[in-house]
Design a protein around this ligand. Structure first.
Ligand code: ADP
Ligand code: MG
Length: 153
């Protein structure tokens, strides 16, 4: 079960991480105002993109979710079942962004006001001060035995 209390939860495998992502998506719903922003922190290879893949699959995206490290941003239209769900998944990898207004070319100022957007951003540390406080800050820690610990704040 997903522990949303901010305490770490141990995940033994990639599959467990992606199952965790599916449970996590179930806790999210569009807000009245503004996009829902989820940040993913953790070292290179921790599983941030893999977690996003789990989110994408849970939202019904069939196409492969590749790491956006080189394209920086990918926007997926979501299949609409009810009016109460997100219309788009925006996956941003800020790893290669540098400078104070580095997010602007990605159109983030246009994406943020729309409650229909679920924005999942890897490497929030690289764009500090450029975004509102995230709705959920996810941290993934690599343990010495290759398991991962995930926590939510
Ligand atoms: N318990 C685990 N949870 C998540 N990923 C794992 C785990 N064990 C091994 N891996 C591997 O770690 C890698 C994580 O890669 P990725 O999701 O691209 O990381 P990041 O986006 O954080 O740089 C994948 O190759 C995955 O197979
Ligand atoms: Mg990544």
């Amino acid at each position: 079960m997903t522990d949303m209390t901010g305490r770490g939860k141990t995940l033994q495998s990639l599959e467990a991480l992606q199952t965790e992502a599916v449970s996590f998506v179930g806790t999210l719903a569009p807000k009245e105002k503004g996009a829902t922003l989820v940040t993913l922190s953790g070292e290179l290879g921790a599983g941030k993109t893999s977690f996003t893949q789990g989110i994408a699959r849970a939202l019904g995206i069939e196409e492969a979710i590749t790491s956006p490290t080189f394209v920086l941003e990918k926007i997926y239209d979501l299949p609409q079942d009810t009016g109460r769900s997100f219309a788009r998944l925006v996956h941003i990898d800020a790893y290669r962004l540098e400078g104070e207004e580095s997010l602007l070319p990605l159109g983030v100022d246009l994406l943020l006001p729309d409650p229909k957007n679920l924005i999942v951003l890897e490497w929030p540390e690289m764009v500090e001060g450029q975004l509102p406080t995230p709705d959920v800050a996810v941290s993934i820690t690599v343990e010495p035995d290759i398991t991962r610990t995930i926590s939510y704040a």
